[in-house]
Design a protein around this ligand. Structure first.
Ligand code: ATP
Length: 130
């Protein structure tokens, strides 16, 4: 089986380096499945899961936006933040979700910022449960 190298890095450092059979990401233009030999591309990512697929198993990584660069033998993801499921603190994410929901009921707030915080928290809770 052909493999493709994957590197996921954030401003805090590397989060994942490895070889997989397929990577599925949520680009702003929609979901993209990337196999070895994919045409080069660069795309912005949304808050969501990056799914690393190998031996019929799938490992999700929680990613909070950023950029994807695809070359035929390598996928590089530069994310604002990224966590493997086992590194996610679910309590922290639940508290962040509650804070964001409370803020959204407030009139004088930056709604977009609260929505993004809520999306990050929900993504972490979802991925930690997988
Ligand atoms: P919070 O309000 O809890 O800080 P946030 O969504 O604002 O959440 P980010 O700014 O996205 O947090 O991330 C800041 C740093 O904290 C990043 O390194 C990120 O990986 C880490 N982080 C955030 N939430 C969690 C979590 N629930 N579990 C583990 N790491 C987290």
């Amino acid at each position: 089986m052909d493999m493709i190298k994957v590197s996921i890095a954030t401003p805090d450092g590397p989060v994942y380096e490895g070889d997989v059979e397929m990577v599925v990401v949520k680009a702003q233009s929609g979901e993209l499945g990337i196999l070895p030999g994919h045409v080069p591309l660069v795309a912005p990512l949304t808050i969501g899961a990056v799914r690393l697929i190998q031996n019929n198993e799938e490992k999700p990584v929680a990613v909070s936006g950023g950029f994807l660069e695809v070359r035929p033998d390598k996928v590089t993801i530069l994310a604002q933040s990224a966590e493997m499921p086992e590194k996610i603190n679910v309590e922290r994410a639940k508290e962040a979700k509650e804070r964001a929901e409370k803020r959204m009921n407030d009139k004088d707030i930056d709604m977009k910022r609260a929505e993004l915080a809520l999306a990050r928290a929900m993504n972490r809770i979802d991925i930690a449960g997988k």
